[in-house]
Write a protein that binds this ligand. Structure first.
Ligand SMILES: [Ca+2]
Ligand SMILES: [Ca+2]
Ligand SMILES: [Ca+2]
Ligand SMILES: [Ca+2]
Length: 459
């Protein structure tokens, strides 16, 4: 078993290295050997049950969840199995822990544009994506090179951490959910590069240097769920969501630029708990040219035996974001191809949506995808203090996260699930119709559901 898992991981890594940096989220579930995510029965003390079970089976408690659901994550020794857990009548659901990768990355500075920055940053550029969605015209964003009106919203970035000493990011704080069972101790500094780039797209400071984000200067909270290899255990991601869902941490919007094909009831339940606290969750649709519901086009609400949904993007509780190509920050498409992309069309490697589950709480012309956002040649903050350019739905999602932050700064936060749906629906309704992206109306959407481009001009 262990060998099989190692082999799968090796193959995935190879594909990632050969392909364009963003194309290999297709990775299928990789189990974390001996690790499980467990839900306990109502009326049973979660913490005590976790300790009891660990002592009984010789395991180690990885996390005890407070907000996400009544449960815990546990690492069991070799030879002890899920069946042993299910023998305990206090435990009502046992799921294997799995890994959730961030998209792989070339070294910062290898891709086109950008460069390391650091020197010669005498003037701030407004990145193409920020302009394409109209943030430069949004009065709350107030993009003018002066940091006199930072956006008053708390954004959680669940990712590889954030470079907290980057001069273009306001990192208000953070937690490490990898090393510590309660997400208290440990560094939330980025050691992979992904989280810092994502953070800058959402909220880089309007200070006259480097870049500016969609919601300039918003308070960034680094929820470190992914390690220096770009991979998380789902149990750690859920611990991060548990932190985000705690009202004491006053998070208003959370970005999840990761995912994989898998089934997991605990993951969805955790996100739903966060939504019920009024947190808007935004997720990357993925970069593997597949339906976020899988080939069957069906959201497998309760079918762990046929895991083909790309999670968390497939969950109706999140705003799933696909990627479009824009090289000039303007609509029209008249520039033809830029950097290998057909201007102002959906990217060819993005995940799509042919159908939507009837329980999806919003109505989108993109079916199960709420919105598209710029995801090609996106220039943003790099780990280590500079700037660099990356592609992916990972880069598209934080444009929407920033848009949610602007919306909340304008109209107020969500105080429950209904408000979250209202905010998602409002942003969908304000979106720029795909038919209008190019002057010639040409579209490359692989399905018949033409999601709109997030647009913050209108408020
Ligand atoms: Ca700046
Ligand atoms: Ca499916
Ligand atoms: Ca354009
Ligand atoms: Ca579509």
């Amino acid at each position: 078993m262990g060998k099989t898992i190692l082999f799968c991981v090796a193959v995935v890594t190879l594909v990632m290295a050969l392909g364009h940096e963003i194309r290999a989220q297709r990775a299928r579930p990789a189990l974390v050997p001996g690790a499980y995510i467990v839900k306990v029965a109502d009326g049973v003390d979660v913490g005590r049950t976790a300790r009891d079970v660990a002592q009984l089976l010789g395991g180690r408690v990885k996390h005890v969840y407070g907000r996400a659901f009544r449960g815990f994550a546990i690492q069991l020794p070799p030879g002890v199995t899920a069946a042993d857990l299910l023998d305990d009548r206090r435990l009502v659901r046992v799921e294997p822990d799995i890994t959730i990768p961030l998209p792989p990355f070339p070294e910062a500075g290898l891709s086109a544009g950008g460069g390391k920055g650091g020197k010669g940053r005498t003037s701030q550029q407004v990145p193409t994506g920020v302009r394409r969605i109209g943030a430069d015209l949004n009065s709350i964003a107030d993009i003018d090179g002066f940091n006199d009106a930072p956006v008053n919203v708390d954004i959680a970035i669940l990712d590889s951490g954030i470079d907290s000493s980057h001069p273009d990011l306001y990192v208000a704080g953070g937690v490490n959910c990898i090393l510590d069972s309660q997400c208290i101790d440990g560094s939330y500094e980025d050691d992979y590069g992904h989280g810092t780039h994502v953070a800058g797209i959402a909220a880089a400071i309007d200070n006259g240097i480097g870049v500016v984000g969609v919601a300039p200067g918003a308070r960034l909270w680094a929820v470190k769920t992914h390690g220096s290899n770009g991979i998380a255990d789902l149990s750690d991601v859920i611990a991060g969501i548990d932190w985000v869902a705690d009202p004491a941490n006053h998070i208003e919007v959370a970005n999840m630029s990761f995912g994989r094909v898998a089934y997991n009831a605990a993951f969805r339940q955790a996100i739903a708990a966060g939504v019920s606290q009024g947190v808007v969750f935004v997720a990357a649709a993925g970069n593997s040219s597949e339906d976020i519901y899988g080939d069957d086009g069906v959201f497998n609400e309760s079918s762990p035996n046929v895991p083909d949904d790309f999670i968390p993007a497939a969950y109706p509780e999140v705003a799933a974001v696909s990627a479009m190509a824009d090289g000039d920050g303007k609509p029209g498409g008249s520039t033809g191809k830029r950097g290998g992309y057909l201007e102002d069309t959906l990217v060819s490697w993005g995940n799509y949506s042919t159908a939507v589950w009837n329980g999806n709480p919003v109505f989108s012309s993109g079916a199960a995808i709420d919105l598209a956002a710029p995801g090609s040649n996106i220039y943003s903050t790099a780990m280590g203090g500079g700037y660099t350019t990356f592609d992916g739905t990972s880069m598209a999602a934080p444009h929407v996260t920033g848009a949610v932050a602007l919306y909340i700064a304008t109209f107020g936060r969500a105080n429950g699930a209904e408000d979250v749906v209202s905010i998602r629906q409002a942003l969908i309704d304000l979106g720029e119709r795909q038919e209008w992206w190019r002057a010639d109306g040409r579209m490359t959407d692989p399905d018949d559901n033409h999601e709109r481009l997030v647009n913050v001009r209108g408020f």
